[in-house]
Unconditional design. Structure first.
Length: 169
């Protein structure tokens, strides 16, 4: 998978990042039958993000992606394309995270999410928006958290921008 970017707003050195814990995550630009994109609105921190999350021990990327989409947007999905990967050097968490992103379409009916306590506390809500509105919602977020502002917003903006041809083509 093509690496699209390294997000490193704090200027972490390669020597320093070598000491960080690592995390891999699966994310998706999910499109429904009406051509709308699934986003999670993190209402308490004022930003939007793509569905996805960490790959658990023993999981491969497709399994993690399917699980995360069921949990966060209540949908089964079918991967229809690769977007790319983005690496984040998150000094605030001493974490090197690699996110693998795909374009996926909803299979079957939309269901209800199964948010974690942390997600509920952050005010997670699902929204489905046409691509142009989804892109603006993510890219113009005014996140109140460092994580949302410095990592998630730029990451998911680039994923949406890169996925545009797969969605609208």
């Amino acid at each position: 998978m093509k690496e699209l970017a390294v997000i490193n707003p704090e200027g972490v050195s390669e020597t320093e990042v070598a000491t960080y814990k690592t995390r891999e995550a699966a994310r998706a630009v999910v499109v429904d039958s009406e051509g709308k994109i699934a986003l999670l609105h993190v209402t308490n921190e004022q930003y939007y993000k793509l569905p996805g999350g960490g790959i658990d021990a023993g999981e491969d990327i497709p399994t993690a992606l399917a699980r995360e989409c069921r949990e966060e947007i209540g949908c089964d999905v079918e991967v229809i394309g690769e977007v790319g990967s983005i690496v984040e050097y998150r000094k605030i968490f001493t974490l090197k995270q690699t996110s693998y992103c795909y374009v996926a379409k909803v299979i079957g009916e939309k269901g209800a999410p199964d948010f974690t306590e942390e997600e509920l506390a952050k005010g997670f809500e699902i929204v489905w928006l046409p691509y142009d509105k989804a892109f603006r919602a993510v890219s113009e977020s005014n996140a109140t958290s460092v994580e949302g502002r410095d990592y998630i917003t730029p990451r998911d903006t680039l994923f949406l921008q890169t996925a545009q041809d797969n969605i609208q083509g």
